[in-house]
Ligand binder design. Sequence first.
Ligand code: TRP
Length: 331
Amino acid sequence: MDTVLSGIRPTGFLHLGNYFGALQNFTRMQFDNNCFFFIADYHSLTTHPHPADLHENIKNVLIDYLAAGIDPEKSTIYVQSDVPQVCELTTLLSMNVYVGELQRVASFKEKVRRQPDNVNAGLLNYPVLMAADILIHRADKVPVGKDQEQHLELTRDFAQRFNRIYETEYFKLPVAYNFGKQLVKIPGLDGSTKMSKSDNEASCIYLSDDPAVIRKKVMKAVSDSGPTEPNQPKPQAIENLFTLMQAVSAPETLAFFEEQYNKCQIRYGDMKKQLAEDIVQFTAPIYEKIKELRSNDDYIAKVARMGAEKARASADKTIKDVREIIGIKHF
Ligand code: TRP
């Protein structure tokens, strides 16, 4: 069985794009993999969140994951800072990582451009910390989006370098977990091709949105005037509504509106009303579960403790091995 590791920074609620892009697949891969899901709170500190928000953000991500179907008995779900071995491995790996190679990382250069007043050392070291997250469990596979591919490549470089320097084959070289065809890219409600919180808050439907909020957001979604000739290609914003409908609605519903569109008889108000109801229905079980979990602090605490214990056991084994390989000995 492969070990799969996935990490997410706690920066807000999860939305439909996160669900179809990743979460839904995560719930499936639990059955035939040894899965670790963790909340990367150290990584989130690179952008200096307010102390009062940090814990709340972590809790919300944990709740969204559980509500979406991550099973804490099957998988290991934990908070990064509950596993201090990650910090030790970061330190050990960093001795063989060159400042120059970190300065050339695309995400670092992007941060320098975006937040020139806060180019902290944590940002530079971000890929080393991420490599430690992955290597600490000797993961085989890591589901990553395009923006994280370079980080995964660096993880392989660091692992390979360690193996070469210490003449060992200890670290496996992790590869991207590819969902291939199962990946559904959810567009935004603002006419953009991707639902994204950082681009536009209003483009997102959160799993924790209540039905009234969902209806309001969908009715406000960007649309267009209808086609004037039959079988016209769709403008992006309209294509987006159809893509959303394809994700959540019955095939007959989608077919009906396709036909209306092609006959130039489509009424976007009607389409949005239907789409809103179908999204409400689709997200209802997750939404109900989120409400239930939010009022059950004891259960959340229990899940976090259980995950921390399992993750620490796995991490501890790796750290012991690595110390021995490096030559660190106890007196
Ligand atoms: N850098 C990842 C992101 O921003 C989060 C992350 C941290 C991660 N450590 C990881 C993802 C390890 C996968 C594996 O999305």
